[in-house]
Design a protein around this ligand. Structure first.
Ligand code: KIV
Ligand code: ZN
Length: 519
């Protein structure tokens, strides 16, 4: 029996990026898009082109790199947004414009201040205009979960007529229960028949995003929108890994359906996104949480030893997780073996990034006894996503701060020049960051500072994520640093944020005012 494909539409780079604190720089977004392509997602929503020149730039670059997945940009139902989306994805091998407007009474009356007829006109105009750029147009009835079904049929007829081939029904506020989503999808898919694919986009405000997605599939949805690690606005979106693994593990129930996902790329994708955003999935998160495959109680461990299936419904290997995997390389290992190991972990590095990663690996191997796959992932991700480096840390010296005034001496390379300064601060981190400010001439305001250990043990790598604001008019920038020494990781993170800020100069300001935003 041939199976029906459930298309996986990943919106980690768009809705996921709307998670507080999850904004990414262009280089980071490109690396994520490459990984999503490897994972086998059908459509990558690469961003919202009209949001800012930085978003546009990232989508444009992703469109040039990704060939196997469709690259999509979001657009409100306005000419300017659709044009920006069309131009940003112009060079993609397969491309889609995703345009939307709210269809619920509350959104139309209070947010849009438009009549239903005006909303239909705007939607039709946006879809027809999008068809001037691409053949593949998706239309979303924003807040479909709270919209009148009769009105959704009306607008659906109009946008299909105008050229939309996918109709997405988002539960924007995560309000609906599974049986209600099932009913809505059933009515809409029976209504549209083969005129369009019905898609769902479930938010997780009541923790029902994944359950709602399944009810939708059972009732006719053939595209599911989701994010890695369930990132997304507020409580997030339905998690890709949970949807895909439930479909696979419960193949007995879902025997009619399949996805194009290579499940062995789930764990690498989850790690990449956690390393880049600094947002770790909760430890007990299904599929990718730290404890998802941990068996703590004696009874469970005993059962596992006798037969893994006593307590495991899927194997860690099926999501690409090789537990406790230490690198069999040491400080004497050569570049070829290192490159080979990275390839096994799914990293393909350009020569320069490979050399830099190898140097960092050698330094680490000198100081750390066991190097785990996750150490390597964190280190290499940090290297691959650092982008243009205007400033580069050469050295850091700290004065004992137990009794005296915390102070730092920092040496930085800017182009070919070596710059050095010393400074004091309220604490060691403050002293480091203030000294970097003094060298660069930029004054950063630290908005958040997070440190976590990449793996276990006293010699674990520290992964530091900072959020720094360098200008009042522009959004704060995220920087990451990974090092066995937490202070060095912190200095790298701060300089990383500064470099990202400089590489995005002039591209950060939102193009639309927040009050006008409908996403
Ligand atoms: O949640 C939502 O309604 C959205 C749409 C823009 C699809 O993210
Ligand atoms: Zn959403």
């Amino acid at each position: 029996m041939s199976k029906e494909i459930i298309k996986i539409f990943d919106t980690t780079l768009r809705d996921g990026e709307q998670s507080p604190g999850a904004s990414m720089n262009t280089e980071e977004k490109i690396q994520i898009a490459i990984q999503l392509e490897k994972l086998g997602v059908d459509i990558i929503e690469a961003g919202f082109a009209a949001a800012s020149p930085g978003d546009f730039d990232a989508i444009e670059k992703i469109a040039q790199r990704v060939t196997k997945s469709t690259v999509c940009s979001l657009a409100r139902a306005t000419d300017a947004d659709v044009k920006a989306a069309g131009e940003a994805i112009a060079r993609a091998n397969m491309k889609r414009i995703h345009t939307f407007i709210a269809t619920s009474k509350i959104h139309m009356e209070h947010k849009l201040k438009m009549t239903p007829d005006e909303v239909i006109k705007r939607a039709v105009r946006a879809v027809s205009y999008a068809r001037e750029f691409v053949e593949d147009v998706e239309f979303s009835c924003e807040d479909a979960g709270r919209s009148d079904i009769g009105f959704m049929k009306e607008i659906t007829d109009a946008v299909i007529e105008a050229g939309a081939s996918t109709i997405n029904l988002p539960d924007t506020v995560g309000f609906r229960l599974p049986f209600e989503i099932g009913e809505m999808v059933k009515i809409m898919s029976q209504y549209t028949k083969d005129r369009a694919i019905i898609s769902v986009h479930n938010h997780n405000d009541l923790g029902l995003g994944v359950a709602n997605s399944f009810e939708a599939v059972i009732n006719g949805a053939r595209q599911v929108e989701c994010t890695i690690n369930g990132l997304g606005e507020r409580a997030g979106n339905a998690a890709l890994e949970e949807i895909v693994m439930a479909l696979k593990v419960r193949g007995d129930v879902f025997s009619k359906y399949k996805t194009n996902i290579n499940t062995k790329e789930i764990y690498p994708s989850s790690r990449l996104i956690a390393n880049i955003t600094g947002i770790e999935p909760q430890p007990n998160k299904a599929i990718v949480g730290k404890n998802a495959f941990a068996h703590e109680s004696g009874i469970h461990q005993d059962g596992m030893l006798k037969n893994r299936e006593t307590y495991e419904i899927m194997s860690p290997e099926s999501i690409g997780l090789v537990k406790n995997n230490t690198l069999v390389l040491g400080k004497h290992s050569g570049r070829a073996a290192f490159k080979d190991k990275l390839a096994k972990l799914g990293f393909t590095l350009e020569k320069e990034a490979l050399n830099a990663s190898f140097e960092r690996f050698k330094i680490l191997a000198d100081r750390k006894k066991d190097i785990y796959d996750d150490d390597l992932r964190a280190l290499v991700t940090n290297e691959m996503t650092k982008g243009v480096q205007v400033y580069e840390l050469i050295s850091l010296q700290l004065m004992d701060c137990s009794n005296g005034v915390p102070s730092a001496a920092v040496k930085i390379r800017k182009e070919n020049e070596e710059l050095m300064e010393a400074g004091i601060g309220e604490g060691t981190i403050d002293a480091i960051f203030k000294t970097i400010d003094r060298i660069s001439g930029f004054e950063g305001t630290l908005k958040s500072y997070k440190v976590k250990s990449v793996t276990e043990g006293k010699d674990a790598l520290a992964s530091v994520t900072v959020k720094v604001s360098f200008s009042e008019e522009e959004p704060a920038i995220i920087g990451h640093g990974v090092h066995i020494d937490t202070m060095l990781a912190s200095a790298r993170a701060y300089i990383g944020a500064l470099n990202s800020y400089l590489s995005m100069a002039g591209k950060l300001k939102k193009r639309y005012s927040d009050t006008n935003s409908t996403v």
